[in-house]
Design a protein around this ligand. Structure first.
Ligand SMILES: Nc1ncnc2c1ncn2[C@@H]1O[C@H](COP(=O)(O)OP(=O)(O)OP(=O)(O)O)[C@@H](O)[C@H]1O
Length: 269
C-alpha cells in the first residue's frame, strides 16, 4: 500500500543555498513519526513542503506525495483539496491558527462546515453549534460554552492550543502535522497537551508528523524518528533503536543532553 506521505530526495534551496538536502522518508496511514533536530535544521520547511505551503522564495525539487497526490508543482486548487482533508496542521503558536477578531465558536464552526460540505451535506444552526461544543469537549476544554463565546485573547495559551487542535481535528485529517505544538507553553501545560494529542491521534488512528527539538517529548509520542541536522537526515529508525543506540554523533549528543537533564532533575528531587 502506498504511504500516506512519501518524501523522496527532497531538496530545498533559497537563492541556490541548500536548506534541506536529499531528504527521504515516508509515513504510513496511522503511523506516528517524529522529526527532530536543532533550530534551523529544516524541520518546519519539510512540513511545509509536504503540504505545498513553502514560501515563494524557496525552490523545491524531488518528489512529495500526499494522499497519493504529487505536491511539488501541483496547482493551488489541488493543494487546497489536500489541506484539511488529508493533512492538517497544529503550530507552535496557537494564535497562528486563530483569528483574534472572531469568537472561538465561529472559528471552530468553519472547518466543521467545510468538512460537512465535503461529505455532501450542509451543517448549520443548532446542529453546527452542538458539533462545535462536542469538539471543544473532545479536546478537554473546561466550560466549553464559555470558551465557545470567548475571543482568543480571553482564554489561556493552553486553552488556545486546545482550540487549535479542535480546529485541526474538525477536518478529520488522515495526517496531523504538529510543529512544536508544546514549545510555547509552560511545562505542566506542555505535558497536558502532549497527552491530549497522543490520546486523540491513537483513538482516531490518525497518522502523525511530530516536529520537535525536544528528545524526551518526541520519544513519548512517536514510533519512528528522523533526526535532522543542517538540512540533512543523519539518522532514522524506531525510537528505541535510535535513542537506545545512537549511531550518529549528533544523535548521541542529543541523547547525552537529555540524560544530563534527567539526571539534573533527579538531583533536585
Ligand atoms: N522564507 C525563507 N527564506 C529563506 N530562508 C528561510 C525561509 N524560511 C526558513 N529559512 C531558513 O531555512 C532553514 C530551515 O528553517 P526551518 O524553519 O525549517 O528550521 P526548523 O528546523 O524548523 O527550526 P526551528 O526549530 O527553529 O523552528 C533556516 O536556516 C531558516 O533560516
Amino acid at each position: 500500500m502506498q504511504p500516506l506521505l512519501q518524501i523522496q530526495d527532497l531538496n530545498l534551496t533559497v537563492d541556490g543555498k541548500p536548506l534541506v538536502t536529499d531528504l527521504s522518508f515516508s509515513i504510513a496511514a496511522g503511523e506516528r513519526l517524529g522529526l527532530i533536530g536543532e533550530s534551523g535544521s529544516g524541520k518546519s520547511l519539510t512540513a511545509m513542503a509536504a503540504t505545498g505551503l513553502l514560501p515563494r522564495a524557496i525552490t523545491a525539487t524531488g518528489a512529495v506525495t500526499l494522499g497519493g497526490q504529487q505536491v511539488i508543482g501541483a496547482p493551488e486548487r489541488v493543494l487546497n483539496g489536500l489541506r484539511g482533508t488529508v493533512a492538517a496542521f497544529v503550530f507552535q503558536e496557537p494564535l497562528t491558527a486563530l483569528d483574534p477578531l472572531l469568537r472561538v465558536a465561529q472559528q471552530v464552526a468553519e472547518p466543521l462546515r467545510r468538512r460537512a460540505r465535503r461529505d455532501g451535506h450542509e451543517l448549520a444552526g443548532s446542529a453546527l453549534q452542538r458539533e462545535v461544543l462536542a469538539l471543544l469537549e473532545q479536546v478537554a476544554l473546561p466550560q466549553p460554552e464559555r470558551i465557545a463565546r470567548s475571543y482568543p485573547n480571553e482564554i489561556s495559551g493552553g486553552q488556545r492550543q486546545r482550540v487549535a487542535i479542535a480546529m485541526a481535528l474538525a477536518c478529520q485529517p488522515q495526517l496531523l502535522i504538529a510543529d512544536e505544538p508544546t514549545t510555547a507553553l509552560d511545562v505542566t501545560t506542555q505535558a497536558e497537551i502532549l497527552k491530549l494529542l497522543d490520546g486523540l491521534v491513537r483513538e482516531r488512528g490518525m497518522a502523525l508528523l511530530f516536529i520537535s527539538h525536544d528528545l524526551p517529548v518526541v520519544a513519548e509520542i512517536v514510533e519512528r524518528v528522523v533526526v535532522m541536522q543542517r538540512g540533512v537526515a543523519v539518522e532514522t529508525g524506531p525510537v528505541r533503536e535510535v535513542f537506545g543506540a545512537p549511531q550518529h554523533d549528533y544523535t548521541r549528543a542529543l541523547v547525552v543532553a537529555a540524560k544530563a537533564f534527567d539526571g539534573a532533575l533527579e538531583g533536585t528531587a
